[in-house]
Design a protein around this ligand. Sequence first.
Ligand code: SIN
Ligand code: FE2
Length: 214
Amino acid sequence: MSDLFADQEAPWQEPLAPGAVVLRGFARAHADTLLAAVQAVTAEAPFRHMLTPGGLPMSVAMSNCGALGWITDRQGYRYSPVDPHSGQPWPPIPASLLHFARQAAAEAGFADFTPDACLINRYAPGTRMSLHQDRDERDFTRPIVSVSLGLPIVFLFGGMERKDKAARIPLSHGDVVVWGGPARLRFHGVLPLKDGHHPATGDCRINLTFRKAG
Ligand code: SIN
Ligand code: FE2
């Protein structure tokens, strides 16, 4: 046995629905590498509070890496090849992140996943993300790979319609949720982040979502 998971069991899978699974602890051994990559990316493309189409700042601070980055402003939600702050392309997805996302997707049963977009979300205490579908991508045949780092949060995993009851899934440092296939358009979100301190991230939670957007 490797001692990478000395303080817990090796990663295990928790099925959520057909096409959706939580890979418990899958990112734990890679957390330092992933967070160093986040640091490098956000040195180039800083976290910012984007405006919703209604003109309100989002409570989640965001950045991106990859050929495409998810943005929102008064013109709406979409992917953009350039960071609107700098006018420059988003930083590329670091090889370590790309490799990790590919492994996670494969572990969940989605072979040959090559993301071209990685949205980086930073949640401060009190910050939530309401139920939504990820549907700004060009096609829905590829999965979403979502990595939780730092403070724990409650993930909401709903149905195909907004009104469907959502399951509440506690996520902690190193957990990865993958949803695709029949689950690709399931509504999801997170409850408000509780106050706390985590040795890896301090007083926040970092979420990475890898997508094939273009
Ligand atoms: C998202 O849906 O983009 C984020 C979900 C999460 O923070 O776990
Ligand atoms: Fe999402």
